[in-house]
Design a binder for this molecule. Sequence first.
Ligand code: HEM
Length: 417
Amino acid sequence: MTKTKTGFGWFMGLVLVLGALALVLRPTPPSTTPDPAALAEVREATTGGAQTLEDILRRQQGLPIDDSFRRSQLDDGTAAGMAQQLGTLGGESDSEVWRALRYGYDGVEVSAGGPVARVLMQDGGMTWLQFREGPLVTYGGGLLLGTIGLLVIFYLLRGRVQLDYEKTGRTVTRFQFIERFAHWMLAGSFILLGLTGLLVLMGRLFIAPVFGLEANALILTVSKFVHNNVSWAFMLALVMVFFMWVWHNIPNRTDITWFAQAGGIVGSSHPPAKKFNGGQKIIFWSVILLGGSISVSGLSLLFPYELPLFAKTFAVLNGIGVPGWLGMGAFPVDLAPQEEMQFAQLWHAIVSFVLMAIIIAHIYIGSVGMEGAYDAMGSGEVDEAWAAQHHSIWLEEIKAKRAESGTASGSSAAPAE
Ligand code: HEM
């Protein structure tokens, strides 16, 4: 069976996205700013070290500001004591207090809520919100619509992949019941998760203006409930599919021939394949790796602040030298709990968009795109003519096994390897 070759270089692509996110959500590290001593001199001469009007205007526009001087003042004893009573006119120095709050100065104390509640101000929250409402929706939605558009064009140009020979009427069992059960649990849950995830992300932008806030709130409450609970079915199915099919998805030499002939998608050749061909292996590993990553970041979102992932991941990537390969500065490793959640949300959504695009292509080829393909996951039985055309080595193996066990040819209930 043939599959598109989308999926090459996903890992590197995702590392790139991660790096870009790190840059988007964090201000420039102090090391790239001018000499603090010289800066302090200029600032102190003009504002006494406080932020300037220009700083405020730039921040409101979402532009980077040079706040290294103010950062450098932390913990040097110049900030007003946080224990002091704040009156209606503020404490001794409001700017000192706000600075301490903005940069998470140690003196912030809370009676409950721990490190999360101690972060009273977090600039990154605004950047996250704007990125989520802007580029994430635009590029994510564009990716899905673009994939559907390309498939329509592909269908119009190439048409359905037909069987070259008449069906024989003899079938081979391609997938056992348990395999089909796991596949449909994976598919059903993924589709529900995708739809409800898109509603949660885009409802405020697209549903609320048309149907009103009340209707949007109801739809999103139901979506969130479905999304959170169906995730368990997806994770279970992912584990089942992994153990059932991993053996057949280990790359081997036949994949090279398969890719060299573009899987027979273009032209009329039918490269030999075992149970899964090269394209299917790309789908399998995309589902496992991206689906696994979506699951882990989803768990981090499901249990807020309990499973921070990014500071440690960034530290590991910095250690390997990944930012250098990408021509970037070190990834931030000192993240507020809220920043961890923001990264988890964006990562979860971006990887989901990528996997949704891949799965749309998979659904196409497993249904309208190829004659006879659906039977494999529908009844589990495929015609020998289909098996010979798309998985010739696998069919030979089945026939050899049949011959060994003395099973008569004809309609067969022999398991797929
Ligand atoms: C609802 C629409 C879907 C249809 C019609 C469909 C159809 C199929 C078919 C026919 C096969 C067997 C191909 C063969 O015999 O070689 C298959 C395999 C597979 N499906 Fe689906 N599928 C759907 C959704 C999904 C979803 C949502 C996922 C994962 C999130 C998924 C993951 C897989 C994987 C990993 C395989 C094995 C590798 C491969 O054949 O590409 N499927 N699917």
